[in-house]
Write a protein that binds this ligand. Structure first.
Ligand SMILES: [Zn+2]
Length: 655
């Protein structure tokens, strides 16, 4: 398996109106520049979403302004290989506007019978582009293009885009659905058939490329990580945090999930030097790009910086210099990244590979608490986790019910909130005895407030606190500890036709539990993570911490002081050392945009790290290996990191 450590990707979706495509491209100069950045692999377009090919094709449509005989992609591959740089070919397999112009009969058709333009693309990255139906003759055409590139050029793999599986209602798809006994008028059937068609095409491409046999990289954008590992050979985490549909909550979820899915396959962390695809004129700051890439490296992902090449083929020196500076900075730490794994205490269950708003909120909250965890699906092995977190709305399907039962039977613990733990009909908790509460109904008050009781009163200020989300009505079983109760407002928020009930102050403490503890389960009847997502009340995080403290006596890492809530601390292991990655950056909403401009300095970060039976020889800061005084007490090492600016890597070397 090839495992390039530093990657660059160049987008090159070039309209027919660009009159000089590749005219200023000097392949040897380009390869020299790439070599200078330190990148070992370049992704480049063989075919773009406008439907144009940039290589010497006998099958596809060459971009009309390429000079006659100019093999843009081929020259780039030869020049890069001469410099020891590998190249993967990008082909867009779904969006292909020019093919739709030439062959309107290959276009996807919407349910209304017109050529299909998905809303998601109208408002986003690729407005007004035609999408090809992969059950039309376009299917053989795209397969033949991939075969042509593979046979013609010594590429190291393929990045294939737009396996979005939008339902199609062309005659080929309708026939295909009917042949399989599916009903084209049934939306679920149409969606299932589209999914099947995308996977079927991926399977045929996989047979052409044979990625594992030929040691080639193969990834399908639009397929899930698990589907990709079936048909492809590596994972690409595309995430532009400045783009609203990703944001800064996406990478933390993906970083913790993808490492649980791969065996030995590489994972690339693809950020961008710009704010969004199609943005030619923005160069994000060093700190912004570093933050994304250090975050990935701390979690076992390798850096990939997304870029656009200018249509004429110019690679701007301003971009090259920034990429080189960033890659030079990252490379100093490589000995501490190679073959590192992330030890964790618990896992958050993801209802889909990208997480819901509640799971993203849970990930954010536990990151703020500097806790160490994975994100897992129902296919993962849960046996290594002491605690499984089920955020807000995880109903236990038969498969999940079995996973939770196995986890509880082996002594594992559960942190659940809101509806999590209910059966799919929302009639009762599947493990009522273990949960310690009886389900009554899925609503209480609007709005609901809460207070903590007994010793837990001190974790929040003395006043009724807003939940900022729905609360379940439950009743505690006899042996259950009730640590918090729901407070009712005077009345629910409403308009009765005469009076407005908009101001809804809290009135009285009810007997309804808000937080409960049993031996194996900490349960909050409110949708704690949704509430935190809505209003970011730190008291909700205090409640969550108290719940986790009940379940997890001895966490892997405690940051005792000196590190702000927005900073991140991630633990990783190599054979003879345990490391703490410290990241001190802050995405700031500046006007319409989320930006990171500065790497913040911080001093005297006091850490308490569990050792899992190891004895400490020395503690130092990478890469210069400055020694740090430490004390070992039992299974913990205590030390203070004197100073970091942006990123710091503390290394605990074992005897
Ligand atoms: Zn179709």
């Amino acid at each position: 398996m090839i495992k390039p450590e530093y990657v660059l990707f160049f987008d090159n979706h070039t309209a027919q109106a660009c009159h000089n495509v590749g005219h200023n491209f000097d392949a040897d100069f380009f390869a020299d520049q790439i070599k200078d950045t330190g990148a070992e692999l370049v992704g480049f377009h063989a075919k773009c979403n406008q439907g144009f090919c940039y290589y010497d094709t006998k099958i596809g449509i060459r971009h009309p302004s390429l000079k006659p005989g100019h093999d843009y992609f081929g020259d780039l591959v030869s020049a890069c290989i001469k410099q020891g740089i590998k190249v993967t070919a990008y082909l867009n397999c779904g969006l292909s506007n020019e093919d739709g112009v030439v062959h309107p009969e290959w276009c996807q058709i919407g349910k209304d019978g017109n050529i299909f333009h998905p809303e998601i693309l109208e408002s986003m990255i690729t407005p007004y582009a035609r999408i090809m139906c992969i059950n039309s003759p376009y299917r053989d055409y795209i397969l033949s293009l991939i075969r042509e590139v593979k046979e013609k050029y010594p590429v190291s793999g393929f990045l294939l885009d737009s396996f979005n599986a939008f339902p199609c209602y062309c005659r080929h798809c309708i026939e295909g659905m009917r042949k399989r006994g599916m009903d084209p008028e049934n939306d679920q059937d149409a969606a299932e058939f589209a999914r099947f068609s995308a996977l079927d095409l991926a399977s045929d491409i996989s047979k052409i490329v044979e990625p594992r046999k030929n040691n080639l990289l193969l990834y399908f954008l639009g397929l899930s990580p698990r589907e990709n590992l079936k048909y492809g050979s590596y994972l690409e985490c595309e995430c532009l945090p400045t783009y609203p549909s990703w944001g800064y909550d996406a990478l933390p979820v993906q970083a913790r999930y993808l490492r649980t899915v791969v065996k030995d396959e590489p994972v690339f962390n693809m950020t961008g030097r710009f704010y969004s695809w199609g943005d030619f004129g923005t160069l994000r700051t060093d700190a912004a790009i570093e933050y994304d890439l250090f975050y990935g490296l701390a979690n076992g992902m390798r850096p990939n910086i997304g870029d656009h090449i200018h249509p004429s083929g110019i690679y701007y020196i301003g971009i090259k210099d920034r990429v080189k500076k960033i890659y030079d900075t990252l490379k100093q730490y490589d000995p501490w990244y190679r073959d590192a794994v992330n030890p964790v205490d618990f896992a958050i269950y993801l209802p889909n590979p990208y997480g819901s708003s509640s799971t993203k909120s849970a990930v954010r909250m536990f990151c703020e608490l500097k806790m160490q965890f994975d994100c897992v699906d129902a296919e993962a092995d849960w046996s290594k986790y002491k605690v499984i977190v089920l955020p807000d709305d995880i109903l236990l399907t038969r498969k999940l019910q079995q996973k939770v039962e196995d986890h509880l039977r082996s002594g594992g613990k559960i942190l659940a909130t809101g509806e999590s733990g209910l059966d799919p009909a929302k009639a009762e908790f599947c493990f009522e005895k273990e949960w310690g509460v009886k389900f009554k109904k899925d609503k209480t008050f609007c709005p609901a407030y809460f207070t903590m009781t007994d010793d837990w009163q001190k974790i929040i200020p003395a006043l009724p606190q807003a939940v900022n989300s729905d609360c379940m009505e439950t009743a505690a079983l006899p042996d259950t500890v009730v640590a918090g109760k729901i407070i009712a407002p005077y009345y629910d928020r409403k308009w009765d036709g005469v009076y407005s009930y908009f101001y809804t102050p809290p009135e009285k403490v009810t007997t309804l539990p808000f937080v409960t503890f049993t031996e194996q389960v900490a349960y909050c009847s409110g949708k704690l993570f949704d509430g935190y997502n809505t209003a970011a009340s730190v008291e909700l995080r205090n409640v969550c911490k108290a719940m986790m403290d009940h379940l997890l006596a001895d966490p892997l890492l405690k940051v005792e002081s000196g590190f702000p809530s927005f900073a991140r601390a991630i633990v990783s292991d190599q054979a003879d050392r345990r490391m703490v990655h410290l990241l001190n950056y802050l995405p700031e909403k500046r006007g319409e945009m989320l930006i990171v401009e500065d790497a913040f300095e911080t001093c005297n970060i006091k850490l308490d790290l569990r050792l899992d039976g190891k004895k400490v020889k020395r503690v130092c800061m990478a890469p210069a290996e400055e020694e740090i005084p430490f004390t070992q007490e039992g299974d913990h090492v205590f030390f203070t990191v004197p100073r970091i600016c942006g990123y710091g890597l503390a290394v605990v070397k074992f005897e």
